[in-house]
Design a protein around this ligand. Sequence first.
Ligand code: XMP
Length: 540
Amino acid sequence: MPSSNPPSRRNTTPARSPRAGRSFPAETRPAGSGIVILDFGSQYTQLIARRLRELEVFAEILPYHAAPETILARRPAGIILSGGPASVHRRGSPRPHPGILECGLPVLGICYGMQLLVQLHGGRVAPTGRREYGAATATLRGSDPLLAGLPRKLPVWMSHGDGAKNLGNGFRVLARTETAPYAAIADPAKRLYGVQFHPEVAHTPDGARLLANFARRICGVRARWTMESFLEESVRRVRAQVGEGKVVCALSGGVDSSVAAALLSRAVGKRLHCIYVDTGLGRYGDVEHLRAAFKGYRLNLKVVDASPLFLRRLRGVADPERKRKIIGRTFIEVFDREAKRIRGVEYLAQGTLYPDVIESVSVHGPSAVIKSHHNVGGLPKRMKLKLVEPLRLLFKDEVRRLGRAMGMSPTLIGRHPFPGPGLAVRVLGAVTPERLERLRLADRIFQEELRSSGWYDKVWQAFAVLLPVRTVGVMGDERTHDYALALRSVNSVDGMTADWSRLPHDLLARASSRIVSEVRGINRVAYDVTSKPPATIEWE
Ligand code: XMP
């Protein structure tokens, strides 16, 4: 969650960032050090960027209609045209700006992107008659640099219903499969390349090599984009943006805001003011962990205990959406009040990540827009501060790598996602201090057992949920009539879909028996075995 997002709002519509498409000032990167990917709406577009970055080649995604000036302002070494769900032979299908083929930069078209290249050069693309979806073997031909080091029989992943029927001027065939005569094509003189398959997906095991060949051998990218180089560049950029100004940052203790704060502390030191709003809805030991994690950093950290206010406002509220609204509003109010106490503050740091920034393309619906649905942009507008977003070019796993590169604690960097409204949405029904305490203790036991068994790092998110249901039990000779608790653990990549974790029975048994014997008021523990969809990860 971006650092200054108030912990509120839950909706499921991916939001389009009003500032989408903006980026680092290009001049901070040397010319020819990266690749621009034009997004034609493929679900794999972000994967192309990630693969290139794993190869230490900087990659940025722009909408397919980006003007040549916009592209050239990034000073890229080459352009990739992504796949997409449309058909190039249909009227109104998305096209790149005609000028991009005149930029003189090498271009690689993937799937729909290749079909575009063929059509724009006088070739013909038509439906193949049947959709080709799945694994295939491409037989490579010739010794083009794109194919350097690849096996002559290349396992590839196909997903297309159209195909090139004949090629336009200048293209020759680099690979074919049993069903696709033009599986890879090239016009080396113009440095135009196309592949019908998807080199970016894991099912094309040597795909990364092909992308590396394009970036390094054909486009000539020399620079190595590493977390260390990113860190250096970001510190320089933040200093240039902020000058002698003061920055305020809402530290939540989560990975994004913590990494953003650590980076800003390097850039501006004591001119960084972090505010941690203690809502009283956090996990056991949250505040102590945060203080310990930031001990020794050059920054100002203020912990504001606002828990009485939050609990008062939540009294008697059972509706999850109302809970979220109350918490979000109260958070902004408290943060705003505290921030105003810092004299002369001009900047607000926010841990916005790349998936929230990429402008989604409406081709037939948006491209794979990863969740930005829990992000709320209320703070900056209200506070009239200028935004500093040092993580806006990073994917989530890159934020973790950046944290590691800065030597941050592995426990902090490996933390599971935690919802802004905190335990309030895990105490089902009305929130009371007693219920919160009960849940907090049970949750602590579950976390301890996950860590000691080595399972914490193998799952995406795990937590306990206190149910508003009493069940009958027996302890000693007495009958009990206490509350039931659910444990939830899921595996996921981005939180959009998830599967329940197959935790070992022994682990569940230990957690359950400890919870029932150590936490008063709980006499039954259930394990949630539902995936998302149809369920959500949280219960409220
Ligand atoms: P769901 O329950 O929608 O959750 O499957 C997906 C991911 O989002 C987190 N989540 C929230 N995060 N504010 C947040 O900052 C919220 O209101 C909220 N609701 C759910 C959830 O923990 C999971 O990681």
